[in-house]
Design a protein around this ligand. Sequence first.
Ligand SMILES: NC(=O)c1ccc[n+]([C@@H]2O[C@H](COP(=O)([O-])OP(=O)(O)OC[C@H]3O[C@@H](n4cnc5c(N)ncnc54)[C@H](OP(=O)(O)O)[C@@H]3O)[C@@H](O)[C@H]2O)c1
Length: 290
Amino acid sequence: MPAGLLHALDGELADLSTEREQFFAVQQSKVARLLYAIEHGHIAILAAMFDLSKRAVVLTGATGHIGPTVLRAYLGQGAHVAIPVRDEARGAAIRDSLGDLAGTPEDPRVIVRAADPGNRAAMEAFVEQVLRAWGRLDVVANLIGGYAASDASSGDLAAYRAYWDQKVATIVTATTACLRPMRARGHGRVVNVASTAALKGEKGAAGYAMANAALLRWTESLAEEVKREGITANCVLPRIIDNPENRAAMPKADPSRWATAAEVAAIVVFLSTDEASGITGAAIPILART
Ligand SMILES: NC(=O)c1ccc[n+]([C@@H]2O[C@H](COP(=O)([O-])OP(=O)(O)OC[C@H]3O[C@@H](n4cnc5c(N)ncnc54)[C@H](OP(=O)(O)O)[C@@H]3O)[C@@H](O)[C@H]2O)c1
């Protein structure tokens, strides 16, 4: 190849390389600006997308590990939240920890009242209190539960029944008390927290798996019954959630693999939004990084 041509090609290549560097520099700065906007503006964007400011939520099981995080996630989207508790002191402690977020006595954004979620009459009265305070009830989210070991091989019916009472009877009772105002308005969201054990039995946790499966089947049946009334009913199924109890029980495990309370809360709150109207009768596993 003539030396002149080689020289010209060399020059072209140098120009192309400069242009490439300039192009990447511009794109990188665009990406950096976009990331900055997302990082600093995402809460506002989410709040604008999922506006729950006209919605009243009944939240059961709020006194447990993930309860306060789910409560704050709802408040972050503008919702009003009513909490039935068995232990008034625990309920009051949660409300007090919220400070201004809980609203004022004249205009409360959070109501905490003593009412056993498993008692139908108590829950009917609680629902009346919510309607008197806010004139509406749009969402019921049930976090009630806990873990209970029971072998399949022992056939321990008393243990199975006890967990069924704790998980299924409570959530079914609380939810059905909330359905009347939802049906009257033609709008509602039911979100139940079950477990991946609803999908497959687990060694040493027969009653837990059976009750979670029953809750899932009940939720699916409810979803079918109310699907043309503007009401959705869904289950989320965490496998394991990071909390001090689980860390103490499994000291050798890597808790960063487990779902965080915030990860569970985000899905519970999303299923409560108007935008989630197309999802009903679903069982959404939250496996996180396990
Ligand atoms: N933690 C996990 O790794 C994991 C994994 C999969 C699924 N889940 C499920 O996720 C949900 C939330 O988890 P969490 O860790 O926040 O649960 P948690 O700390 O055990 O909290 C349980 C909540 O349920 C309430 N509760 C328990 N028995 C009740 C009963 N008989 N009647 C009325 N309320 C009752 C408790 O209220 P009191 O304060 O009145 O006792 C408490 O508010 C639970 O349903 C749990 O089963 C958890």
